[in-house]
Design a protein around this ligand. Structure first.
Ligand SMILES: Cc1cc2nc3c(=O)[nH]c(=O)nc-3n(C[C@H](O)[C@H](O)[C@H](O)COP(=O)(O)OP(=O)(O)OC[C@H]3O[C@@H](n4cnc5c(N)ncnc54)[C@H](O)[C@@H]3O)c2cc1C
Length: 51
């Protein structure tokens, strides 16, 4: 059980790509007892259907 572990000692999840799938993944992990690192080659989010 890792629920009470402080930040920095919890399991780390690295999500590569802050597109549609990456953002959904990060949101799904919001309440999980893990540290999440989201990386993308760009510093913006682009969802082509919204353009
Ligand atoms: C013109 C257009 C219209 C569309 N219309 C619809 C629609 O009406 N309805 C619908 O459901 N879908 C539509 N789609 C499809 C939808 O956009 C994709 O299915 C969805 O965005 C795919 O999500 P994804 O997370 O796989 O990829 P993306 O959303 O493309 O995200 C990938 C991310 O990974 C990042 N990345 C890539 N390589 C690297 C790397 N080497 N290092 C770090 N980061 C990296 C990119 O910068 C990007 O942010 C459309 C697509 C296009 C192009």
């Amino acid at each position: 059980m890792t629920l009470d572990l402080p930040p920095g000692t919890r399991p780390r999840v690295v999500v590569v790509g802050a597109g549609h799938g990456g953002l959904e993944c990060v949101l799904a992990l919001k309440a999980a007892a893990v540290d999440v690192l989201l990386v993308d080659r760009n510093n913006y989010h682009k969802f082509p259907p919204r353009l």
